[in-house]
Design a protein around this ligand. Structure first.
Ligand SMILES: [Zn+2]
Length: 327
C-alpha cells in the first residue's frame, strides 16, 4: 500500500513549497506558470532547473534528473524512498505516529465485516463510529504500512505497536484513539482490553465536555458511545473505575461553569458483585471531599450504560435515572 501513502503525501506537500523551504528561489517564470532556477541537486551556474507547480514535477536540463517531491527529497538529502517520505512528513508537520495508526485502523474497519458486526452488536451506529474515530486492528499488517510511511521498526517497537518478534501487538481488536494512547478491545476471545505502554491519559475528550454544567462520567468507551448516540454529549470516560491523578485534577480544576459548581453524575456498572457501585461510592466520597458535586446513577441490576441502551433503554428513561440519582 506504499503507493497510496506516497500519493497522499504528494498531494499534501506542494513541490514548490518544499523547494522554497530549502531556500530555493526561482530566477524566472516561463510559459504556463513554470519556474526556472538554479538546480539544488548539482553545482549549477545558470538556471537549468525547471519546475511545474501545477503538476508538482521538476526537471533539470543540467543533470538530467527529474520527478516529484519525493524523488526530489531522495536526491537532495541522498536518502532512500522510505526515509525521504519520513523527512517530508517531518518537514511538513503532517501527522505523527498515533494519528497515522488510528487512520489506518479506521480504514480497516470498513474492510472487516466481523468488526462491523461486533460494533453493531454493541449498539454502535455509523455516526458515533465516525465521531469517535473508531477503528479495527486486524493484526499482521500495521508494521508494513508504517514502514512504508517511513517509520523505522525501532519507533514502532518503542511505541509498543510492534512486539519484540516484529508482530503487531493489536490484533482482532476494536481500537479507540485517545489523546496519547490507543485503547484496544478484543472482539473475539475474552482477553483483557489493552493500552499501549504509558499513561491512559486524561479524561476522554475532556476539552469538549468540560464546559457543560452537568457531566456524566462512565467507566468505558462503549458506554460513552451509546450515551452520545442517545443525545448525551456531556459524557466523559475514565477508562476504568479508577481515576488517575491527571483525571482527578481535571475534575477539580474545572469545577465551575458560569460561576456555578458543576454537577458530576457517576454512571458506573451495576454489576452482580457490586464492584462498580462500590467504586462509584468511594470515588464520589473523594470527589465531594475535593468540593465537587456528585450524584450516582443506579442502573437496573446487571446493567452498564451500554447494555441499558442495547437492551432497549431510551434517552427518556436514562434521563429519569439522572433525576433519581443519589448522593
Ligand atoms: Zn541539476
Amino acid at each position: 500500500m506504499s503507493w497510496q501513502a506516497a500519493d497522499l503525501l504528494k498531494q499534501q506537500i506542494p513541490l514548490l513549497d518544499y523547494l522554497q523551504g530549502q531556500g530555493w528561489k526561482p530566477a524566472r517564470r516561463s510559459a504556463g506558470g513554470r519556474l526556472l532556477g538554479l538546480c539544488p541537486l548539482h553545482a549549477d551556474h545558470q538556471p537549468s532547473f525547471l519546475i511545474d507547480p501545477s503538476k508538482n514535477l521538476f526537471y533539470c536540463y543540467g543533470c538530467g534528473r527529474g520527478g516529484d517531491v519525493i524523488r526530489l527529497a531522495e536526491l537532495y538529502h541522498g536518502v532512500r524512498f522510505a526515509e525521504a517520505m519520513a523527512l517530508l512528513r517531518d518537514w511538513s508537520g503532517l501527522g505523527s505516529l498515533l494519528p497515522d495508526v488510528a487512520k489506518f485502523y479506521q480504514l480497516h474497519l470498513q474492510r472487516h465485516v466481523e468488526a462491523g458486526a461486533y460494533l453493531m452488536h454493541r449498539g454502535l451506529q455509523a455516526e458515533v463510529i465516525e465521531e469517535l474515530r473508531i477503528g479495527y486492528a486486524p493484526g499482521r499488517c500495521l508494521r508494513t504500512w508504517l514502514n512504508s510511511l517511513g517509520y523505522p521498526l525501532s519507533d514502532l517497537q518503542q511505541a509498543g505497536l510492534v512486539n519484540a518478534e516484529g508482530y503487531d501487538t493489536y490484533s482482532h481488536r476494536i481500537v479507540f484513539p485517545l489523546e496519547e494512547n490507543l485503547y484496544g478491545r478484543s472482539i473475539g476471545a475474552a482477553v483483557p482490553h489493552r493500552f499501549l505502554p504509558g499513561s491512559k491519559g486524561g479524561l476522554y475528550a475532556w476539552q469538549k465536555v468540560r464546559h457543560h454544567p452537568e457531566i456524566i462520567l462512565v467507566e468505558g468507551l462503549f458506554d460513552l458511545a451509546v450515551l452520545w448516540q442517545a443525545g448525551f454529549h456531556n459524557v466523559t470516560c475514565a477508562l476504568g473505575t479508577h481515576l488517575n491523578a491527571l483525571q482527578f485534577r481535571q475534575l477539580c480544576a474545572d469545577n465551575e461553569c458560569s460561576g456555578k459548581r458543576r454537577m458530576l453524575y457517576l454512571a458506573f456498572d451495576s454489576d452482580a458483585n457490586g464492584s462498580g457501585q462500590k467504586a462509584a461510592q468511594s470515588l464520589s466520597q473523594r470527589l465531594r471531599t475535593a468540593g465537587i458535586n456528585t450524584r450516582r446513577i443506579e442502573l437496573p441490576a446487571g446493567h452498564d450504560p451500554n447494555s441499558f441502551f442495547v437492551s432497549g433503554g431510551s434517552a427518556q428513561e436514562f434521563r429519569c435515572l439522572l433525576e433519581r440519582a443519589c448522593l
